[in-house]
Design a protein around this ligand. Structure first.
Ligand code: UD2
Ligand code: MN
Length: 564
């Protein structure tokens, strides 16, 4: 009897194990959406019925060799006219892109010295490419370049995240292309069911990634020779290093792969208005070594990061919508919380820089502004005052949303202050009210002020005169730096033809950008021996220098003067 009981018990256990295993298998298959081979075959033949013809036609239009070696490509006749027209809506030449081979060959743009380095990384990368309403041929060229330029054993997978695109070829034709032309490669296509914005789209990609390292790319990029090896090798050396390649320019009109030369490259900075800028490398040796160079910030679209480190250091601010700001947020966070951000000059990837967003944003929200407000509130301490001078309407505005979690993260990771970041990582950054003799509004005859006349970032223009704003606004915020520059952030006033005054990039060598502010109120320009004047200058116009004399047109009063 006892024996029988024992056998029945064993039988029950076996049955239970089998049932348990069956349930587990069902869940596993469902959860990981594993497709059985027959299921895939069925899908392929279903899609083939719809897309095979379209794809063949699409492929038949490709002109072999067009754009090879990254040379500028041109079309003729009607195609040329259509291509030029497409630039106005898509910000890139869609007609040309559709004609260029998807797997075009590029020449090796690296400095020849890069070939002397040998890399033998053991880590594997998950390459994450996010897109929203991009041109299919541009996306496919990005994928092909990754496949062709990456040794198999270093590529865990390519993860495509579709941020709920609404344009047709990205829907079925893309699936069909992947299942047929790219079937030998490990490519996962994640479709988001609603538009999430690029920050959350990247997070979704990162969540499903299984490689040791995450490599993010925009969907209009082309990788070049050995682009991945130096990135992986550096992360293998130091898990806290977040790396960016040199980002070369793929011309939006001709798809020419153009570089700044083999040795010349820049790293990332920022403006107090919360925008990313390119800045020169301070030390010449850093540039020449061809090794990783410290970068205060990154552009955002192309970078490699250890997968665990990505999560440990706070991934992204998930409440950031749409586009913009996440790159500075991540840059400051990485530095302030114990990581490092570097540009790796022996890794180069091209990117189509577009003149405008070819897509719209839900509700027309200023996501860049709001996202930046989120990051300045969390990471920039008192220095956020400069950002809010640009964007006064965003200060304490509820549209910014709740920041509790991000502030908690900063505490949890025991991150350093923004002052530490400025002092140690970006010491060359000009702080508008530090190391200056005078700053604020510079008034002449009580009612007129120095004004940048709405000079756009990165442009050059006259140093102007305008009626003083009631509050200290950014367009009228000037400083006399301790080096004797009359400057507005990165722009310095410089005398042209011994008469007119232009705002141009600061060169730091005094000369024609050297001014002295005297306690009597004159702004004196030693190299011309003249003084800044408003005589015969109308509001809204550029200022002049003239022979110094006792005149109220030459007297300037700054809001703040440091008496030393
Ligand atoms: C730069 C970055 C970009 C991002 C952005 C700031 C580079 C070369 N590019 O702007 O990656 O960091 O600054 O946020 O550093 N996309 C979506 N959903 C959207 C909008 C865009 O998935 O709602 C995709 C888009 O298809 C593209 C990527 O996000 O693949 C980046 O967008 P972009 O190319 O318009 O941004 P870009 O290069 O002007
Ligand atoms: Mn881009």
């Amino acid at each position: 009897m006892l024996m029988k009981c024992g056998r029945i018990k064993k039988l029950y256990i076996r049955i239970l194990v089998v049932i348990f295993f069956a349930i587990w298998l069902i869940f596993y298959l469902k959860f990981f959406k594993l497709k059985l081979p027959t299921e895939i075959e069925e899908k392929v033949s279903r899609l083939a019925a719809k897309y095979e013809g379209t794809l063949e036609e699409y492929e038949s239009k490709i002109i072999p060799g067009l754009g090879d070696d990254g040379e500028p490509a041109f079309l003729e006749g009607e195609d040329q006219a259509k291509g030029d027209e497409s630039l106005k809506t898509f910000a890139l030449n869609t007609v040309l892109s559709d004609r260029m081979p998807l797997n075009r060959k590029l020449r090796d743009p690296r400095n020849p010295r890069c070939k002397e380095f040998s890399y033998n990384p053991k880590l594997k990368a998950s390459v994450i490419i996010i897109f929203y309403n991009e041109l299919l041929s541009v996306v496919l060229r990005t994928i092909w370049s990754v496949i062709l330029q990456t040794p198999n054993h270093l590529l865990q997978e390519i993860i495509l995240v579709d941020d709920c695109s609404t344009t047709e070829p990205l829907k079925g034709l893309l699936d069909y292309y992947i299942l047929t032309r790219l079937k030998n490669y490990n490519i996962r296509l994640v479709r988001l069911s609603s538009r999430m914005g690029l920050i959350r789209a990247r997070l979704q990609g990162a969540r499903v990634a299984t490689g040791d390292v995450l490599v993010f790319l925009d969907s209009h990029c082309e990788a070049t020779t050995q682009w991945l090896e130096p990135l992986l090798a550096r992360i293998e050396e130091d898990k806290t290093a977040v790396l960016v390649p040199i980002i070369d320019v793929i011309e939006a009109n001709t798809f020419a792969y153009s570089t700044n030369g083999e040795t010349n490259f820049q790293v990332g900075g920022f403006s107090w208005s919360g925008h990313f800028t390119w800045i020169d490398i301070q030390k010449e040796e850093d540039k020449e070594s061809m090794g990783p160079v410290r970068s205060p910030t990154m552009a955002g679209g192309l970078f490699a990061i250890d997968r665990n480190f990505f999560w440990d250091i706070g991934s992204y601010d998930e409440q950031m919508d749409g586009w913009g700001g996440e790159n500075l947020e991540m840059s400051f966070r990485i530095w302030q919380c114990g990581g490092k951000l570097e540009t790796v000059p022996c890794s180069r990837v091209g990117h189509v820089f577009r003149d405008f967003h070819p897509y719209s944003f839900p509700d027309n929200k200023d996501t860049h502004g709001i996202n930046t407000a989120r990051l300045v509130d969390v990471w920039m301490d008192d220095y956020k005052r400069f950002f809010y001078m640009f964007e006064p309407l965003l200060e304490n505005n509820p549209v910014i949303g709740d920041l509790t979690h991000r502030k908690q993260l900063r505490q949890k990771l025991r991150c350093k202050s923004f002052k530490w970041y400025l002092d140690n990582i970006y010491p060359e950054k000009f702080i508008l009210d530090e190391n200056v003799f005078a700053y604020g509004q510079a008034r002449n005859r009580k009612e007129y002020c120095l004004d940048d006349l709405q000079l756009g970032e990165g442009k050059m223009g006259p140093l102007g005169l305008y009626v003083c704003h009631p509050n200290l606004a950014m367009s009228q915020y000037f400083s006399i730096s301790s080096k004797g520059e009359l400057r507005k952030e990165n722009f310095c006033a410089e005398v042209h033809n011994e008469r007119t005054v232009q705002l141009t990039e600061c060169h730091g060598h005094k000369k024609n950008q050297y001014w002295r502010y005297f306690t009597n109120g004159t702004i004196y320009h030693p190299s011309t021996n003249k003084c800044l004047t408003t005589f015969e200058v109308e509001p809204g116009k550029g200022l002049l220098v003239e022979k110094c004399k006792k005149s109220r047109y030459q007297l300037w009063e700054f809001t703040y003067v440091n008496h030393t």
